[in-house]
Design a protein. Sequence first.
Length: 285
Amino acid sequence: MSSLKVAVAQIRCEPADLSANLATHVDVIARARAQGADLLLFPELSLTDYLAAPDCAALALRPDADLLARLAEAADGITVSAGFIERGDQGRFFNSQGLFRDGRLLAIHRKLNLPGYGALREDRVYTRGEALASVELAAGWRAATLICADAWNPALPWLAALGGANLLLLPVASALNAVGGEFDNPRGWEINLAHTAMTYGLPTLFANHCGMRGGAAFWGGSRILDASGRELARAGTAPRLIVAELSQANGEAARHRLPTARDSDPALVGGLLRSLISNSEGARS
């Protein structure tokens, strides 16, 4: 498949209302399918809303949960990425993003970089994920998922590119003033997204929430970028479905012009990292 029609759903979720949010997902999936989309991305924790202190015992779902099965059934002929609280073993909970298609849950990404700064306290709620893998969507297309703060760990986009991804799915829950101080979330994401897409030649789908909930003002700004970091579509501050066509040839050309992943020398980086760790441990002893 030389091109891929992709869509991003910027939605206003109902806090802790799984049924209402599932209904929103099913409606948007139908609209994206009607526009010919092959892939649809929803924001982080889209099935529960992003909650500062979620009732995980009540909201968490196992991968075989009936609600997720209904979402998978709705993903008929279209690949859908949606966020949920995953119930693990031994009382663990994960901030997870599932990939669904044709009645199946294809893959789950568990958030790796759990923030514990500003108004964000995910490190007190969730267990950190331990894997980063790309998933084949269609001939020639492999997608990696990074959830929000994952994209601010410089190693993770690089590792996604090294792992063979040629498409990045980036569901987020970014609210104004969540980080605090003088940090400008919309501008920060503007820089981060363009840099990552251009540096690694990774077309990027960025899905954010919108609307006010409690003291959180979700600013929207969802967008689709090509492999050179150029915006193909962008949402404003209201709920919206955006759609764009991605070209495999354009991505390959971008990665040929700027072969960052090819020339990054993981062995060298690994050696430098081991040296830094050794020096740090020596300084502490």
